[in-house]
Design a protein around this ligand. Sequence first.
Ligand code: FES
Length: 145
Amino acid sequence: MQEALTIGQLAARSGVAQSALRYYERLGLIRADRTGGNQRRYHRGELRRVAFIRIAQQVGISLDEIRAALDSLPASRTPTAEDWARLSTAWRERLEEKISLLVRLRDDLDGCIGCGCLSLRRCALYNPADELAGEGPGARLTLPR
Ligand code: FES
């Protein structure tokens, strides 16, 4: 394979540990050819796939979802700029939802600071939106569900 990268070169170029690259390969996120001596050789396009994976992970996308996104590309090719634009647009909405959730958690945490009650009745973090209240009065967790 011409211009192929060893795992050390891919790690150095991508800033991702070799162990993580092997893990990505086991999950089918990146691909390697093998030399006669069974050493991995990566096509240079795999650098772009690694960048795609790392950025998606930073956004909070799971590796399963990243694999599904990569598998959705024709012939599982390396993501193009257009692919990235399309997928990142879809993920932006997810990121907005996460931000909203974190803001709500932060605001709820403000009520817990210095409290320590850990009360099912009072603590918005322990019992968000009082989910069990809709099931009726009393200690719902002690009743059979
Ligand atoms: S710990 Fe008391 S309100 Fe959350």
